[in-house]
Design a protein around this ligand. Structure first.
Ligand code: ARG
Length: 575
């Protein structure tokens, strides 16, 4: 149920009937305070001004033009011309009933766009680091929200699997194979890369071979191609283990690495040149962009082909944007990467648009994010200053969650305990990231994320088990609940309304790529449920009231579970 959307449409129509333009906006928002109703329309003043009317008079006209509707109990004009909207509890209770019996909890709007989501995107023969962790979990949360609302999502894992470093990597892989190196050594990609580089820098024969291999690889040489594929496969198998542990939906089928676009690059560069966008500059091909200035205040030059003929990260992203529109027929393409790549993305896309590769209607969105910081406020690193391996980070999370759960002294079987530890550990790491506005840096803090208080995964998971236990302790099957849902008490009404706002929060996540909006919603829902539960006895109430309140409890549990699932966070029945 998207109440905000229904009300926006209704009020917009009434505004048009009252003389406003077709494209007027009602600006309906959830109200901050109950005395201002459940929702308020903030668009009246602006529209009245355009029409040269007194805002309160215009508001009255609009209100008069809204037919009586089962959804609305009353409308009030407030302040300079707001319309406060009070919803009808009978209607609310019917909607709760519908949501309770709907698999998708009453989602009313079916979105049908094709959306390419470029996320995770690690690099071959390198360990995934914390930047990829952020991209992976935030991207996956948005993917799930988009799919839940009905969109077709194409996951594009833009793996860094191309470039001059592959000559050196192939040469080193060959050396290791000749020396019968164990699997073990390959599992440490960071060390592999380091060693390859050391050989390249210090051994001229090795370096010569490496340079030769780059040329051969680019020329499609079969041996080099096979060795390259091995490197990609080893890396992606290791990453796949991380994805599975993280409960992320990416699979090997979603890899659309940089190499995919490589064959398109010569054609694109030639075309940019023919269109007069790319010009020769000191041997390289450069696009000068008026929209970006260099330090001298002149148009900034973006290289699309180096002097030696090599292509760049930007060239690939121009091709990727074109491909996503032209071949994948997407309506939107989102890229989840670090804020430090913002300028790069904007430049690549500006060139894409100038070249006419995509129409204005095709939306290119950089869903950038800030850095993950250590408790000292500096970029998150190991104690010795190295990059933190994702696998190690997850091991530590499990270790810490294990201690935490052991302290709780619950009567769980070993298997149950194991499931709780895993859900809490991974949930905590993910939720602490997802619950922050992605655009700012955030401090990675074990103690905070593993706390049972505040907006954390353990708190949310625990809130879910508490509701679950109302049913398991009383032996009541939630599917057998019946009778009307009464919203007579304030707390009942508040809970019902909040439950019906689930779709609104998921819609924002899908539109803006901001999973923290869903976290905030779920956190508030859990809090509202707690106060409802304190004020309104459930199991001791008389039968009809009990059935009614249990239905509210059941929908709360379902919503928490579904919401956490959209964030890729597991729930358990008891903990
Ligand atoms: N592989 C890149 C990195 O590790 C991220 C790629 C982001 N996506 C893109 N289309 N540029 O930084």
């Amino acid at each position: 149920m998207n109440i905000q959307h229904i009300l926006s449409e209704k009020i917009k129509q009434a505004m048009i009937s009252s003389g406003a333009e077709q494209n007027v906006e009602a600006l309906v928002r959830q109200s901050g305070k109950p005395q201002f109703g459940d929702y308020q329309a903030n668009g009246i003043m602006g529209a009245a001004k355009k029409l040269g009317l007194n805002p309160r008079e215009f508001a009255q006209k609009v209100v008069d033009n809204i037919d009586s509707d089962p959804l609305i109990e009353k409308l009030e004009i407030a302040g300079p011309g707001f319309i406060n909207i009070f919803l009808n509890p009978v209607w609310l209770s019917e909607q709760v009933k519908n949501a309770l019996h709907d698999q998708k909890l009453g989602i009313s709007i079916k979105q049908q766009q094709t959306v390419v989501v470029d996320y995770s995107s690690p690099n071959v023969a390198k360990e995934m680091h914390v930047g990829h962790l952020r991209s992976t979990i935030i991207g996956d949360g948005v993917v799930r929200a988009l799919e839940f609302l009905g969109n077709k999502v194409i996951r594009a894992n833009h793996v860094g699997d191309w470039g001059t470093q592959f000559g050196m990597l192939i040469a080193y892989l060959e050396k290791m194979e000749n020396e019968n190196a164990s699997e073990m050594e390959l599992s440490d990609l960071e060390a592999f890369y380091r060693e390859a580089k050391a050989h390249y820098d210090n051994d001229p024969v090795f370096a010569e071979k490496a340079r030769n291999y780059v040329v051969k690889l680019q020329g499609g040489d079969e041996y080099c191609r096979t060795m390259w594929k091995k490197l990609v496969d080893i890396t992606m198998q290791q990453n796949q283990r991380n994805y599975e542990r993280l409960n992320v939906t990416l699979t090997e089928k979603d890899v659309m690495g940089e190499s995919l676009y490589n064959p398109m690059l010569p054609g694109i560069v030639a075309d940019l040149k023919a269109k007069g966008l790319a010009v020769e500059d000191d041997g390289a091909l450069v696009v000068f962009l008026e929209e970006f200035k260099n330090k001298d205040g002149d148009p900034m030059g973006v290289i699309v082909q180096k002097k030696d003929g090599g292509f760049l990260y930007t060239t690939t992203d121009i091709a990727a944007a074109k491909y996503r529109y032209e071949t994948l027929k997407a309506d939107r393409a989102l890229v989840f990467s670090d804020t430090r790549q913002s300028q790069h993305m904007q430049q690549a896309w500006l060139i894409t648009r100038k070249a006419g590769y995509v129409p204005d209607s095709f939306s290119l969105e950089h869903q950038n994010f800030g850095m993950m910081l250590g408790k000292d406020g500096k970029p998150f690193k190991t104690r010795t200053g190295g990059t933190v391996k994702l696998a190690d980070l997850l091991d530590e999370a499990v270790e810490r969650a294990d201690k935490l759960i052991a302290e709780k002294n619950t009567n769980l079987t070993d298997a149950e305990k194991q499931a709780v530890v895993e859900a809490v550990a991974i949930g905590a790491v993910k939720y602490s990231d997802l619950s922050k506005n992605r655009t700012t840096d955030y401090v990675f803090d074990w103690d905070n994320m593993l706390s049972f208080e505040g907006n954390t995964a353990p708190y949310m998971q625990y809130a879910y088990t508490r509701i679950h236990s109302i049913f398991s302790k009383s032996g009541i099957d939630p599917d057998t609940l019946k009778g009307p849902i009464n919203l007579t008490e304030d707390k009942e009404r508040t809970l019902a309304l909040k439950l019906l706002q689930f779709e609104e929060s998921v819609t924002v996540v899908a539109k803006d790529g901001t999973p923290h909006v869903l976290c905030q919603y779920l956190y508030e829902l859990a809090g509202i449920f707690s106060s409802f539960y304190e004020a309104c006895p459930i199991l001791n109430a008389e039968e009809e009231v009990k059935q009614s309140r249990l239905q509210l409890a059941s929908l709360t549990a379902k919503t928490l579970k579904q919401g956490l699932e959209l964030l890729g966070i597991k729930t358990v029945e008891k903990m």
